[in-house]
Design a protein around this ligand. Structure first.
Ligand SMILES: Nc1nc2c(ncn2[C@@H]2O[C@H](COP(=O)(O)OP(=O)(O)OP(=O)(O)O)[C@@H](O)[C@H]2O)c(=O)[nH]1
Ligand SMILES: [Mg+2]
Length: 281
C-alpha cells in the first residue's frame, strides 16, 4: 500500500496513487465495491488539485462527531447499547472519567441485572470516580426521580448485552415514553461484516444517535464499523482501542481513521479533544 509520509499529512500529489490507495484500502479491509465506488466519487473532485487530501474525501463518506462528549445533555440520559461483551461497561466507565475530568457531574445507572458479575466492577469504578451509582429496578426508579429533580447531572446507563436479532430485553427503552434517551451503540471493530444489516435494523429500532467503536486494537479489518457507519449515516463519536481502563477513549475523525486503515498509529491531536490527561484511572 502506498505509504503516507508524515510531512504530507495525508496528501498525495499523483492522482493515480490516490486512486490506488483508496482501492487498496477498500480491498484490504473488505469494504466492498459499492463503498469503494462511493469513496472514489468523493475523491474525484480532489484529483485535479495539487496535494490530494484522501482524508477529506473519506470525511465525505462517513460522519464523525468529535464533540459528542461536550454535547451530552443532562436531561437526556445516555444509554449504552450493544451485543455481548463488546465493551459497553468499560466504555461507559471511560466516558464517566472523561466527563469528570472536565468537571461535569455524572451518575451511573446499571440496568444490567443479568450479568451480576459486572455489577461489582462497575460499582467499584463509580466509587473510584466518586460518582453516584444506582443498580437494577431501584436504579430505574431513582433515574425517574432524578430526571425530574436534577438538571445538571449527566446520567449514564449501562445495559445488558443483547442479541441484535432479538432485542426484546431492551423494549423498556421503547416503552419509557417519559424519557428521551441518547442511545449510543457500541460496535466492535473486529465484528463480522455480515452482521451489518442486523446492526442497521437495531439502529433504526432504538433510534441510535451515535456509534462508539471498540476493540480497534485487535481488529484485522474495519469492514463492519465502516460499512455500518456509511450505510446508517450515524456519526462515529469515539473509539476504544485497549482492554485497559487506564487508557482513554479517543475521538475519531477521517484523518485518524485513515491512519488506522493504513496501519499508522492513531495519534491524539489536541484541537478537537478535551484534556484527557487526568481522565484515566
Ligand atoms: N482488546 C480490547 N478489549 C476490550 C476493548 N473494550 C473492551 N474490551 C474487553 O472486553 C471485555 C468485555 O468488556 P465489557 O466492557 O465488560 O463489555 P460489555 O459489552 O459490557 O459486556 P456484557 O455486559 O457482558 O455484554 C473486557 O475484558 C474488556 O477488557 C477494546 O477496545 N480492546
Ligand atoms: Mg457490561
Amino acid at each position: 500500500m502506498p505509504s503516507l509520509r508524515k510531512a504530507e499529512k495525508n496528501r498525495i500529489d499523483n492522482p493515480l496513487s490516490a486512486i490506488r490507495m483508496v482501492e487498496e484500502i477498500c480491498s484490504s479491509h473488505y469494504l466492498g465495491q459499492d463503498f469503494q465506488d462511493f469513496w472514489l466519487k468523493c475523491l474525484s473532485p480532489y484529483l485535479t488539485l495539487t496535494g490530494i487530501n484522501i482524508a477529506e474525501s473519506l470525511s465525505e463518506c462517513l460522519n464523525f462527531e468529535p464533540q459528542w462528549i461536550r454535547k451530552i445533555l443532562s436531561l437526556k440520559p445516555v444509554v449504552f447499547l450493544g451485543s455481548f461483551g463488546v465493551g459497553k461497561t468499560q466504555i461507559l466507565a471511560k466516558v464517566a472519567a472523561l466527563l469528570k475530568a472536565s468537571d461535569r457531574a455524572v451518575e451511573i445507572y446499571n440496568i444490567d441485572t443479568i450479568k451480576t458479575s459486572g455489577q461489582g466492577l462497575l460499582q467499584a469504578y463509580a466509587h473510584k470516580l466518586d460518582v453516584p451509582y444506582y443498580f437494577g429496578q431501584e436504579g430505574w426508579l431513582s433515574l425517574q426521580e432524578n430526571i425530574k429533580n436534577q438538571t445538571d447531572v449527566i446520567k449514564l446507563i449501562d445495559t445488558q448485552g443483547v442479541n441484535l436479532k432479538n432485542s426484546d430485553d431492551l423494549n423498556w427503552l421503547l416503552s419509557a415514553q417519559k424519557f428521551v434517551f441518547d442511545p449510543v451503540l457500541v460496535v466492535p471493530c473486529d465484528g463480522c461484516v455480515s452482521l451489518s444489516p442486523d446492526y442497521v435494523s437495531f439502529i433504526k429500532k432504538f433510534g441510535v444517535r451515535h456509534i462508539i467503536l471498540s476493540k480497534l486494537d485487535i481488529a484485522g479489518s474495519l469492514s463492519l464499523p465502516i460499512r455500518l457507519a456509511w450505510s446508517s449515516e450515524v456519526p462515529i463519536a469515539m473509539v476504544n482501542g485497549s482492554p485497559n481502563l487506564s487508557e482513554n477513549l479517543q475521538y475519531l475523525n477521517a484523518s485518524k481513521l485513515l491512519n488506522a486503515l493504513t496501519g499508522a498509529e492513531i495519534a491524539e491531536t489536541g484541537s478537537d479533544a478535551i484534556s484527557h490527561s487526568h481522565a484515566g484511572y
